[in-house]
Design a binder for this molecule. Sequence first.
Ligand code: ATP
Ligand code: MG
Ligand code: MG
Ligand code: MG
Length: 480
Amino acid sequence: MKSQDIRATFLNFFKEKSHLIVPSAPMVTKDDPTLMFINSGMAPFKEYFLGNAIPKNNRISDSQKCLRVSGKHNDLEEVGYDTYHHTLFEMLGNWSFGDYFKKEAIAWAWELLTEVYKIDKDILYVTVFEGTEDADALEMDTEAYDLWKKHIPEDRILKGNKKDNFWEMGAQGPCGPCSEIHVDIRSAEEKEKVDAKTLINGDHPHVVEIWNLVFMQFNRKADGSLEDLPNKHIDTGMGFERLCMVLQNVQSNYDTDIFKPIISEIGTITNTKYGSNQQQDIATRVISDHLRAVAFSIADGQLPSNTGAGYVIRRILRRAIRYGFTFLDKKEPFIYKLVDVLSKKMGTAFPELIDQKQLIENVIREEEASFLKTLDKGLLLLDVLISSTDSKEISGEKVFELYDTFGFPVDLTALILAEKGYTLDEKGFQEELQKQKKRSRAASESATEDWTVLVEDAVAEFVGYDTLKTSVKITRYRKV
Ligand code: ATP
Ligand code: MG
Ligand code: MG
Ligand code: MG
């Protein structure tokens, strides 16, 4: 089944169950100060759940563009290294606003997966909330358990904790238990060796979560206590690319028809073959994923820039450029050339990719050209720095200079140094940063507006470390 038909089948299924089908909301949020990008299917409907707005229909279904690169959900560092987390992905969802509840949500999810998509029942596992003994003193979700029992043998219904099986919108507001559906697509041989139940929610690339059914039945009050919601709601989210992986019988989202044409184009342009070199494969996955995130974002009106959401997009694009530069030996802009195949592939479902194609290409090409220049210069300077020091730690002052004077990103410096077996003097860098902050504050008091903006843009704040799967330690900075 082609991805296009998989998406259409989902929407059609829920249309037949009286759902109103709506287009995806733009991914870049305009009027939600708590969220930079839409990161789940329910986000555009938040006001309905909070009772601040009334939906056109009490049953809705759609495929929502989501971006998980900041805040509560940040999968950026996984992308490329695993085969099932993306920055941008589609979340298929069905919603009930005070209408149907667990019985229908569970029965329909099961019907769609096993009767319509015809997924082998034996590879499916579900989870239900086990309850808590903390202040909430919640009971196990026996209602969901009993409903699942009608469809699936009890030994494949697993009990999960609050972290995985209880959803909350925030510190306050609607919340409730959830049931997740997981799929085991390992080979028979692997299945023999390890019981799937021990791998659920355990980062195995072939035992993955595909669908989350959230049962909103409580309201968390300002004092932290829970009360029953007068109207109970359903919020479900299924990862489209993961579903396609299962239905197309492949072992990676990147082997579905969503990514294959892009990956094949990257191979042609860079003269590499996907699947033949681990480091190049990671780079290829990073680029094919990030291309989508950046292209969709530009189509939604968010261009790369130096602040806010634009800066996040710029960083994603630069991550892709850097992987191409380092691992695929691309010293010339090329990512913009992939927009053509992307818009051909996704343009029917998301016409904005066709309407905005020229703009997307131009913006990406210019970003590539300018960052490649920076990279070239920065890498040379970094090499000089390394060869002129005896220590394994590079001085914070020097790294700051690279950052401040040449615009070479600090996270990149940290990554490259780590790969070469060096570290950077964190404390020294911070001191330089603080000094510069002071200077810029003093300067902005007497400077023109344009100058103030430039100075602010050059300031970063240290926010922590990330450990990559390759065991490279990255130091992360956030613009302030
Ligand atoms: P995971 O545990 O795999 O990170 P999640 O529990 O964070 O997933 P949910 O917030 O429950 O995900 O989102 C609903 C569905 O969206 C998931 O069941 C999964 O199929 C899909 N999904 C979540 N994150 C991603 C991602 N980064 N890329 C692709 N699909 C995703
Ligand atoms: Mg997650
Ligand atoms: Mg999960
Ligand atoms: Mg989940």
